[in-house]
Design a binder for this molecule. Structure first.
Ligand code: C2E
Ligand code: MG
Ligand code: MG
Ligand code: MG
Length: 275
């Protein structure tokens, strides 16, 4: 028995795992410095109203302008931010920066802003304060801000999460359920939280032309969303065929490289001005 336990321990603390953990700790140290030195930036990806082609909103996506490694994506540092608690200052930074950018753009009138919010932020009591200070600091109309929350099993305390989201909703901010269909509790989510939009995950959009299963799932999400009075967004539209298919499914809004890639604040302002 002791020998078996010993073997298990060896596995848990294998050199590979230890190396991985210390690598993440290094990233966290660097990220702390990056936040203080203004190396994090926010890019924006347009969200298009499918019926009209109009840009209805932009999604804020965090980037790290690393002095040595170049432009880093969330997949390179988000996990380290979550593990280290840095996701809270990171999230507050993105909210603040994005609200100021959108409010400041010429040509951006009426365009809404979507900001991704992790489960950790949703459960943290500082969320309401972070949202209201980003709004008051920028002057952005709360009705133009939407928080995208990814469905997750991490909501150990559903009541606490619902309470927080209700408080933020009371500010006039809305919620979108991100990556819909990929998590464990999508339907319970719709029942418990003040959601006004669902985003069909890109994994269902990718094979829309060839997979009748994916097409049936996407169609069902549209029917469900509309029956509940929600807006339905399709993510990850990469070509004309996918755009045609989601439009035929009566999806309200589309997002994807085919419609517009994430771009800097200045590039996004230029795009909006050129409309
Ligand atoms: P998400 O919220 O589902 O965002 C969509 C991701 O798909 C973005 O990746 C976007 O660049 C990418 N994308 C958009 N259109 C297409 C397409 O047509 N094809 C493909 N293959 N990909 C497309 P990104 O920027 O790397 O972000 C990844 C994830 O990181 C986001 O997924 C979101 O969950 C998270 N994230 C991004 N910014 C933030 C942030 O400020 N705070 C938090 N908490 N999470 C963030
Ligand atoms: Mg999102
Ligand atoms: Mg998504
Ligand atoms: Mg995603």
């Amino acid at each position: 028995e002791a020998k078996r336990r010993g073997r298990d321990r060896t596995e848990v603390f294998s050199p590979r795992l230890r190396e991985h953990a210390s690598l993440r700790a290094d990233v966290a140290d660097e990220l702390r410095r990056a936040l203080a030195h203004g190396e994090l930036v926010v890019h924006y990806q347009p969200k298009t109203e499918l019926a009209t082609g109009r840009i209805a909103g932009v999604e804020a996506l965090v980037r790290w302008e690393h002095p040595q490694r170049g432009l880093l994506l969330p997949e390179d540092f988000l996990e380290a931010a979550l593990d280290s608690g840095l996701i809270l200052p990171l999230g507050a930074f993105v909210l603040d920066r994005a609200c100021r950018d959108v409010q400041g753009w010429r040509g951006g009138e009426g365009v809404r802003l979507q900001v991704n919010t992790s489960a950790e932020e949703v459960l943290h009591p500082g969320l309401v304060g972070a949202v209201s200070s980003a709004l008051s600091g920028s002057g952005l109309d709360p009705g133009r801000l939407e928080l995208e929350v990814t469905e997750t099993r991490a909501f150990a305390d559903v009541d606490a999460a619902a309470h927080q989201l209700d408080q933020v909703a009371a500010l006039g901010v809305t919620f979108a359920l991100d990556d819909f269909g990929t998590g464990a509790s999508s339907l319970a989510w719709l029942q418990r939280f003040p959601v006004s939009c669902v985003k069909i995950d890109q994994s269902f959009v990718r094979h829309l032309a060839t997979s009748s299963t994916d097409a049936a799932i996407a169609a069902a999400v549209v029917t469900l969303g509309h029956a509940l009075g929600l807006q339905v967004v399709a993510e990850g539209i990469e070509d004309a065929r996918q755009l045609e298919l989601v439009t035929a499914l009566d999806v309200d809004l589309g997002q994807g490289f085919y419609l517009g890639r994430p771009a800097s604040s200045a590039e996004t302002e230029a795009l909006l001005l050129a409309r």
